[in-house]
Design a protein around this ligand. Structure first.
Ligand SMILES: Cc1cc2nc3c(=O)[nH]c(=O)nc-3n(C[C@H](O)[C@H](O)[C@H](O)COP(=O)(O)OP(=O)(O)OC[C@H]3O[C@@H](n4cnc5c(N)ncnc54)[C@H](O)[C@@H]3O)c2cc1C
Length: 302
């Protein structure tokens, strides 16, 4: 691929948001390069749900099908790789990959997602996306009515327990140490028949990610079908911040209603800039950001 070619847009991250933007821009006759590191956040989950027409499909199959459809547009190229840096030279963006290649573009779109930080609890990472679940809208239906748990404490644990209670009458809040709940919160959980267990956890015992039971520090156990938890995250890709893009207090990239970051010419879409994590939302953001990028390019050429 000749490095002197200036793409209209380089999309960094070629999962759901990036591929959706790629399709919109390809259909707008734009020269696009998508560079993707191949590590979407849902890669460990066996089935993706709540994305209409693809409900229950394997996440990788949805992405492969999307890539095939996007590459049907002749002005779109896709390259596996990791972007390690970017800068501006002569009004163009210069994008560098880990493999040492350099590409030029008029605009950048970061669709790079976030990286979930797994806690040190043995078994947690292995069960992530299989029986340790982040979202009831993605995975709640499959476990509804079964014995479920929420791992959390304080306001977050209280709110998540209240939400998950909708899917099962058999819910336990595991605070993994002394509960930091207000008296009113404790009373409300009791009214909802949600048990609170404060004992520290020692391990999630599982078979290939399917939870069998929780084992506590005192060696007692509790059988469980699934545990809902929210984990901290970092931006999957630090390059937007290197370029001057800022983060919201939540850790998401700051974008406006048009998916523009504060740095002219740089857009972001998908999990990296909004908290509602779902394939449908990422696809929507990708489509919208592609359209807004195209509009900006049209206006600049006028
Ligand atoms: C365990 C789990 C299960 C889920 N299950 C569901 C579900 O059932 N249904 C549903 O609707 N949603 C589900 N979600 C949410 C959904 O997967 C995300 O909302 C969606 O993947 C976000 O898409 P994205 O394109 O923004 O980011 P991602 O899909 O995370 O993709 C980001 C891409 O950018 C690439 N990238 C990052 N940095 C760089 C770089 N420097 N250079 C090149 N490439 C880079 C990554 O390798 C990756 O391919 C789940 C999420 C998790 C964590």
């Amino acid at each position: 691929m000749p490095t002197a070619l200036v793409f209209d847009v380089i999309i960094i991250g070629g999962s759901y948001a990036g591929l959706s933007a790629g399709m919109t821009l390809g259909r707008a006759l734009r020269n696009v390069l998508i560079i993707d590191g191949g590590k979407p956040c849902n890669r460990q989950t066996p089935h993706a749900h709540n994305f209409i027409t693809q409900d229950g499909e394997k996440p990788g199959v949805i992405a492969e099908r999307a890539l095939r459809q996007v590459l049907a547009y002749p002005t779109v190229r896709f390259m596996p790789g990791t972007v390690v840096g970017a800068g501006r030279e002569d009004g163009r963006f210069v994008v560098k990959t880990e493999a040492g290649e350099t590409f030029l573009s008029r605009k950048l779109l970061f669709a790079t997602g976030i990286a979930d930080q797994m806690p040190g609890l043995p078994g947690f990472a292995e069960c992530w996306g299989i029986s340790v679940l982040h979202c009831p809208y993605c995975h709640g239906y499959e476990v509804h009515g079964r014995p479920l748990g929420v791992l959390g404490n304080g306001d977050m644990g209280f709110e998540l327990a209240g939400l998950i209670r909708h899917w099962t009458p058999s819910l336990t809040l595991f605070t993994h140490g002394p509960a930091s709940l207000t008296g009113e919160q404790q009373a409300q959980l009791e009214r909802l028949n949600i048990e609170i267990i404060e004992k520290p956890l020692a391990e999630i015992e599982h078979r290939n990610g399917t939870m069998q039971q929780l084992r506590f520090g005192d060696a007692t156990t509790r059988p469980l079908t699934a545990l809902f938890a929210r984990v901290p995250f970092t931006q999957h890709c630090p390059v937007p911040q290197d370029l001057g893009c800022t983060l919201k207090p939540s850790g998401h990239l700051n974008v406006d209603a048009f998916f523009r970051t504060e740095v002219p010419g740089i857009y972001a879409a998908g999990d990296n800039c909004q908290p509602m994590r779902s394939v449908a939302v990422a696809v929507s953001a990708g489509m919208q950001s592609g359209a807004f990028l195209n509009k900006e390019l049209i206006e600049e050429s006028a």
